[in-house]
Design a protein around this ligand. Structure first.
Ligand code: FAD
Length: 558
């Protein structure tokens, strides 16, 4: 259960343009939830959005939003779409008349609707309360965070400042950003006894000031779980991307004591995608953040333990137990392990790029930086789908977006539907046969030297923003000596290990490794980290589920 003090300040918001109906909904809600929640009512989408924005600034929590569909100016779906940006974690309900049911069904994907409720809802005991009870139940476990908001004082040009923002945003920790050169930021620095030379300063909801905190310290201080509650599990999953989350949902739901360890934030690469359009069941696309939020809640609902900001740096085999070692030396053991560590962005090797990373140069963090790019010229390096998605997302606010592609065309590396969208966006231009030769700037990115790979000519362009998407590599060196990998570091499994007709070295069982099993019995791989994997969200999730099925088979025999 959420703490009483916290729940007391969480809001249930209802918006209906008919004053009589609006009062009736609020009355029914107060009757049942008034003791634990604050019921706020509004009579238009605009005034409800104002209320939500004000609550957000004050660090308030919003549990459920109920909106009438038929409202003048802004209808319920339009309102919920905007409310999603302010409170993505709040549960969303559309109130509709029977005649509008089809609009409500359409809204399920557009605004990620949790429920639609037909009017009238009398008696509320039968029609309204069971729905709201269920929504509050699913809201509580994910939003059990201090009400007072975390404050971050930083500079746009400090790499760690953007790292902290990214970390908090991807873990859905509400925070407020203060620039260190604005009065409010200076006041907070002063209150913490800081001169602003070391940034960011993070002030946690309980008032603790942290200077340049690392992810683990930050996670623990803002209420994210970082320590396992038990010493031994049936299944330990390393990596919290789609494969790891998929495995956690299936593992925990099928009764395995499951712990998932994620070094940064759950969601993995998919969590950084502004819109995934080819995942089954989401015909209008779904943002990586929404998909992650749903998967994380689903895993938690079934009892999986999710640890954040803990990097795994070792795997040891100790008889039947598989011991997972964290970077700080602590360990957790399990009967079986699923490696779901995916891939990480490849670094752009050109002079100046490493020094300016976080200060105008970013790897895949287009979502958190998008607001700051408004009205600016943006460069995107790379020609694959991730680059195309980022270009489309950033083009909404940027003055111009230039995609730099090493090859002669986009179509060789990007899906057809994205190429069409890129072509149809007037503010996006594509420069083919072009590479970044160098990045220049003192405190921040100021210019780029671009080279034409055909003519060899170079050009110096002004640039404040560069986002790099040039492929990815698995970071699996920590498995050296334990788990077999191919020459690029991808993990070998099943048939790949027995291609020559012989079992892998030191394999002691009288069966060959299962399809997703490594050369270590009981250690499986799912998703992008596996050699020859499909590199798609759907296949990662599918392999997570399949790996759990093989874990069961392994446990039954051992
Ligand atoms: C911007 C972008 C857009 C994309 N869009 C699409 C799309 O539209 N459709 C599609 O099908 N695919 C898309 N993809 C590809 C898709 O996201 C990946 O195939 C998918 O995320 C792979 O899932 P995964 O769980 O195997 O690995 P990842 O998503 O890479 O997750 C791995 C996780 O493991 C963690 N980890 C790694 N090492 C450790 C360690 N040692 N200890 C603890 N944790 C660790 C990482 O922090 C990460 O969170 C996109 C990728 C990107 C980058």
């Amino acid at each position: 259960m959420a703490g009483a003090a916290e729940a007391a300040r969480a809001v249930i918001l209802t918006v209906d343009d008919d004053p009589g109906v609006s009062r009736a909904v609020a009355r029914d809600l107060r009757r049942r939830y008034g003791g634990a929640y604050r019921v706020v009512r509004a009579e238009s989408g605009e005034s409800a959005l104002d209320a939500l924005r004000e609550l957000r600034l004050r660090g308030g929590l919003v549990a459920v939003i109920l909106a009438d569909y038929r409202m003048p100016q802004m209808n319920g779906i339009e309102f919920l779409e905007q409310a999603l940006d302010v409170y993505p974690g709040a549960r969303r309900v559309l109130l509709t008349a029977y005649a509008d049911t089809s609009a409500a069904i359409d809204a399920i994907n557009v605004v990620d609707l949790d429920h639609y409720l037909l009017k009238p809802w009398d008696p509320p005991e039968e029609k309204l309360y069971p729905v709201v009870d269920g929504l509050l139940e699913t809201w509580r476990p994910t939003d059990r965070r201090p009400v007072a908001i975390t404050k971050v004082v930083g500079s746009r040009w400090s790499a760690r400042s953007s790292g902290v923002r990214e970390f908090l945003a991807r873990n859905e920790v509400p925070y407020r950003w203060y620039s260190s050169d604005e009065p409010e930021g200076r006041q907070l620095l002063c209150a913490a006894g800081q001169d602003g030379l070391r940034l960011p300063l993070v002030i946690t909801p309980d008032g603790t000031a942290l200077v340049e905190p690392d992810d683990q310290d930050l996670a623990a201080r803002v209420g994210l779980a970082t320590t396992p509650s038990a010493r031994f599990y049936d299944l330990a999953i390393i990596g919290g991307g789609p494969a790891g989350l998929g495995a956690a949902v299936y593992g925990a739901s099928e009764g395995l004591r499951t712990v998932l360890v994620e070094r940064s934030a759950t969601g993995g690469q998919a969590g950084q995608s502004s819109r995934i359009e080819n995942y089954l069941g989401f015909p209008d696309g779904v943002s990586g953040a929404q998909l992650t939020d749903r998967a994380r809640r689903q895993a938690a609902k079934f009892g999986a333990e999710v640890l954040t900001a803990r990097e795994v740096t070792g795997l040891e085999i100790n008889g039947a137990s598989r011991v997972v070692r964290f970077s700080d030396g602590a360990t957790v053991a399990a009967h079986s392990v699923i490696l779901a560590t995916g891939v990480s962005y490849r670094q752009l090797e050109a002079p100046g790029v490493a020094e300016l990373t976080g200060c105008g140069v970013f790897y895949g963090s287009a979502l958190t930086e998008a607001a700051a790019c408004q009205g600016h010229d943006v460069y995107i390096v790379g020609g694959a789908n991730s680059a195309g998605q980022a270009a489309l997302y950033l083009a909404r606010g940027a003055k111009s977006v230039t995609i730099l592609v090493r090859g002669p065309s986009l179509s060789a590396s990007m899906s057809y539907y994205l190429v069409q969208q890129v072509k149809a966006t007037p503010t996006i231009s594509v420069r083919t046969n072009t590479v970044v030769e160098a990045a220049h700037g003192t405190r921040q990115l100021e210019q780029l030297t671009l080279r034409d790979t055909v003519t060899g000519e170079t050009e110096l362009v002004d640039a404040q923003w560069m986002f790099v998407f040039i492929g990815a590599a698995p970071l699996t060196d920590w498995l050296e000596g334990t788990v077999l990998r191919d020459r690029r570091g991808f993990i070998l499994t099943g048939p790949d290990l027995t291609a020559d007709g012989r079992p892998p070295p030191d394999w002691e069982l009288d069966r060959p490794p299962y399809h997703l099993e490594t050369n270590v019995p009981g250690v499986f791989v799912a998703g992008d980290a596996r050699a020859e994997s499909a590199k798609r969200v759907a296949s990662a999730v599918g392999e997570g589920a399949m790996a759990v099925m093989l874990v069961h088979r392994y446990l039954e025999q051992s």
